[in-house]
Design a protein around this ligand. Structure first.
Ligand SMILES: Cc1cc2nc3c(=O)[nH]c(=O)nc-3n(C[C@H](O)[C@H](O)[C@H](O)COP(=O)(O)O)c2cc1C
Length: 356
């Protein structure tokens, strides 16, 4: 079963389209809602209509640099929220970083009046998020979320501040930046912002997000949405095992289309069926449960399967402790030299290396 409970909703699956170009207009929200997505976040809402400097996106091998701070403005969003009817639950996201906490709360009040059922505040400044939730809590009578910036210092303290202020769920994380990418033919930056810098998202940021979600879910009990680098079933599963209730994607559906949600949904479904797991929630936080029982060992030796080894020599080439020996038909390991680093198994194309 892929259904999950989230802020009073029973979502058909944990997959979420978070803030980005594909949730920036009424038409796009309707299209997204026809895909296999469990929940949608609007693009970050600003007071004014704003266009991004062009070009504002550059794709590089599955990752995306963007300088996209465009928005159709809060007046247009009020109109949309008053009339839109979609089956998929919607989180209305406010680009808090451009306004004061008081203004963000006033925006939330306007958007709730127009029909918003969940509000999220996004800011690179976590102190501002705490202050905004504290101000909003008594005035905005719907669940309140925040989206955290990457690499937040004083994580535990900020999380406690958010929980004490009354936050109902936490998403992590925003794209990483500012970053720079350069055209080596001209030296020109690849994005159209004033200094050419932008923000990085997509598959390369996954390990950063996984550790973040793991840490957040160790510190707080509120539901966590893991977004950043999810591109397939495997990364979605990792996000859930790290502790996420919801799994967000933006870059991957931008590159591969909204069909990506169906593919990952089917992959999750198959994973559960293959292992006779009834409920996706039962693997949430699995990594923490594993770590609690983990014994740290210094004895970890590679073993190469004779059956699987194709004798390609990839393990031999990376083994800097010279523990891999060339046998007549395959490679073997000298257990006295193997230091158990793990590098060889990562380069083995046949998945022939295990450890004992
Ligand atoms: C082109 C683009 C525009 C985005 N716009 C917003 C935005 O308006 N507000 C926001 O909070 N996050 C925005 N994001 C960040 C995403 O919601 C998400 O946190 C980030 O891209 C990491 O997820 P991903 O690796 O699946 O893309 C944007 C991301 C991209 C790629």
């Amino acid at each position: 079963m892929l259904e999950v409970d989230f802020l009073g909703y029973r979502l058909k699956n944990p997959l979420m389209l978070t803030e980005g170009p594909q949730s920036g207009t009424e038409e796009l929200l309707k299209t997204a809602s026809e895909s296999e997505v469990g929940l949608i976040f609007t693009k970050g809402i600003r007071l004014e209509e704003v266009k991004s400097p062009v070009p504002f996106m550059n794709i590089n091998k599955g990752s995306l640099y963007n300088a996209d701070w465009s928005c159709i403005g809060i007046d247009n969003w009020e109109v949309i929220l008053k009339r839109i009817v979609i089956d998929t639950p919607l989180v209305v996201s406010i680009a808090k970083n451009y306004v004061t906490a008081e203004t963000a709360v006033q925006m939330a009040e306007r958007l709730v009046k127009a029909g918003a059922r969940v509000i999220s505040f996004v800011d690179y400044n976590a102190g501002q998020l705490v202050e905004t939730v504290r101000l909003a809590r008594p005035r905005v009578k719907v669940p309140l979320m925040v989206k955290l910036p990457p690499f937040l210092k004083d994580l535990e303290e900020n999380l406690k501040g958010l929980v004490n202020a009354g936050v109902d769920a936490i998403a992590a994380m925003d794209s990483i930046g500012p970053v720079l990418s350069i055209d080596i033919n001209t030296g020109a930056p690849l994005l159209g912002s004033s200094d050419g810098s932008g923000y990085l998202s997509g598959k390369y940021i996954l390990p950063v997000t996984l550790k973040y979600i793991y840490d957040i879910s160790c510190f707080v009990d509120v539901p966590v949405v893991g977004v950043g680098g999810v591109t397939n079933t495997e990364s979605a599963l990792q996000m859930i095992m790290a502790g996420a209730t919801g799994v967000g994607m933006v870059t991957s559906p931008m590159i591969h289309g909204m069909e990506q949600f169906r593919k990952v949904r089917d992959g999750l479904d198959n994973y559960l069926k293959d292992r006779s797991i009834d409920d996706i929630s039962s693997i949430r936080g699995l990594t923490r449960r594993y770590n609690n029982k983990r014994k740290i060992s210094d004895s970890f030796k590679a073993v190469i399967s004779e059956e699987k080894c194709s004798n390609c020599g990839a393990c031999f080439r990376v083994c800097y402790s010279h523990a891999i020996l060339k046998d007549e038909n395959w490679h073997t390991v000298d257990g006295t030299e193997c230091i158990g680093c793990g590098l060889c198994s990562g380069v083995c194309p046949e998945d022939a290396i295990s450890f004992s």
